[in-house]
Design a binder for this molecule. Structure first.
Ligand code: PMP
Length: 409
């Protein structure tokens, strides 16, 4: 049973009091984006009411307040991920921008024709397209770790792909389409043994499980604020300090320089090196508040509770006649993907919306993995700590009704 009072937690999220089609909103689209608790909304308002200024550049009081708030948020991210230093935490727009940053800077500077990049079959398009663009530009080869019929990474096949030409392994810690948790530690260790760098896409993992970067030891780790109860438009690139400082920045401008003449520019070290121009200061501060909120609940308790919900939902979904679950790995986080016989995924999504239930339908920006299962799209409910068994019951009862109507047809 819940390790915290979920009904009390729901009250922290104003949007969860909304009604949709005359019903209380049931938000089961957490893998697309999460809702924001009052402390996050309040923190952003507080920033604009009491602290707003550009950072780092002025002598006045508000510049100091804004700078302090922004740098405090960076320290909260460092702590949350257990990174070694705030110099390793670069604020970006989101996971997509973070991956593009690494591809366009480190990738373009270090990779050459004949080099190889490995991704997994589970990847979101954000962790495929930037590498494909780099591959086309540099003559680099993109190789893919296959998955089994449950949607699990095939580790032996992965090991066979590694060789002296492998320069980078870039993979997701949790699949956004199937929920599979990947064996990150083994993937990273084996990549490092082969002399390759590793990027971990944490967009779907940080809100569901403890991430300890000092123990996991990737070279880069990326996530988006909006998927962990923070604002849109803010995200994080973690990179090892030496590696970041060896890499030339991809964007130039204010904030990121030590000295500029018309002949030459000297860059700051990380993180400023990669934060050209005025960043998303208020939302970085909001992200800090979101991480505080999650830490207060406790990420391990969240993980336990969501696991319990996932097991409950999986059991009930399997009982719906004609429902095909895709992604049946034993180690999963909070994502369920399915199709229902006799209905398009859109029809299922619409029927759920009629009941106030929000789920994603479509390809989830992960077409290759859906096609691995012969599908172009699925219905994808995804859970967070503010969901309950009764949310799941509402989902399942609508699906039973649809399933029953089909049989009558
Ligand atoms: N990777 C994964 C695994 C994701 O689920 C997402 C978002 N769906 C992204 C990357 C991209 O995140 P964003 O759109 O916030 O940049």
């Amino acid at each position: 049973s819940p390790p915290f009072d979920v009904n009390l937690i729901k009250q922290d999220f104003p949007i969860l009091q909304e009604r949709v089609n005359g019903r209380p909103l049931i938000w089961l689209d957490n893998a697309a984006t999460t809702q924001k608790p009052k402390p996050v909304i309040a923190r952003i308002s507080y920033f604009y009411e009491h602290e707003n200024s550009n950072i780092h550049r002025a002598a006045h009081e508000l510049a100091a307040r804004a700078t302090d708030a922004y740098e405090e948020a960076r320290e909260k991210v460092r702590q949350f991920l257990n990174a070694g230093s705030t110099n390793e935490i670069v604020f970006v727009r989101g996971a997509t921008e973070a991956i593009n940053l690494v591809a366009k800077s480190w990738g373009e500077q270090n990779l050459q024709a004949g080099d190889e990049i490995i991704v997994s079959h589970l990847e979101h398009h954000a962790n495929i397209v930037p590498w494909q663009q780099l591959a086309a530009k540099k003559g680099v080869k993109l190789r893919v770790i296959p998955v089994d019929d449950d949607g699990q990474i095939l580790l032996d096949e992965y090991t066979n792909l590694l060789n002296h030409r492998t320069r980078l392994v870039s993979f997701t810690q949790v699949s956004n389409a199937l929920g599979t948790v990947t064996p990150a530690r083994q993937i990273i260790e084996r990549a490092h043994q082969a002399g390759a760098r590793v990027l971990v896409d944490g967009a779907q993992s940080v809100s569901h499980m403890r991430v300890d970067l000092r123990s996991l030891n990737p070279d880069w780790f990326v996530f988006s604020g909006h998927k962990i109860f923070g604002p849109t438009g803010i995200g994080v690139l973690y990179g090892k300090e030496d590696l970041l400082n060896e890499t030339q920045p991809w964007q130039g401008g204010g904030n990121m320089i030590k000295d500029v003449t018309f002949e030459h520019t000297q860059y700051h070290n990380a993180p400023s090196r990669f934060e050209a121009g005025t960043g998303n200061i208020a939302d970085a501060v909001g992200l800090g508040a979101a991480l505080d909120y999650v830490s207060k609940l406790g990420i391990d308790l969240i993980n336990q509770y969501e696991h319990y919900l996932l097991v409950y939902a999986t059991r009930l979904l399997k009982e719906v006649p004609g429902l095909r679950l895709v992604g049946t790995a034993p180690d999963k986080a909070s994502v369920l993907s399915f199709t229902l016989n006799g209905y398009s995924n859109d029809e299922v999504g619409q029927a759920l919306n009629q009941e106030g239930i929000a789920v994603r339908t479509g390809h989830h920006c992960a077409q290759p993995i859906l096609r691995r299962f012969g599908l172009e799209s699925t219905v994808r409910p995804s859970l967070a700590f503010y969901n309950t068994c009764s949310d799941v019951d509402a989902l399942v009862s609508t699906l039973h009704r649809l399933s029953g109507n089909r049989q009558k047809k």
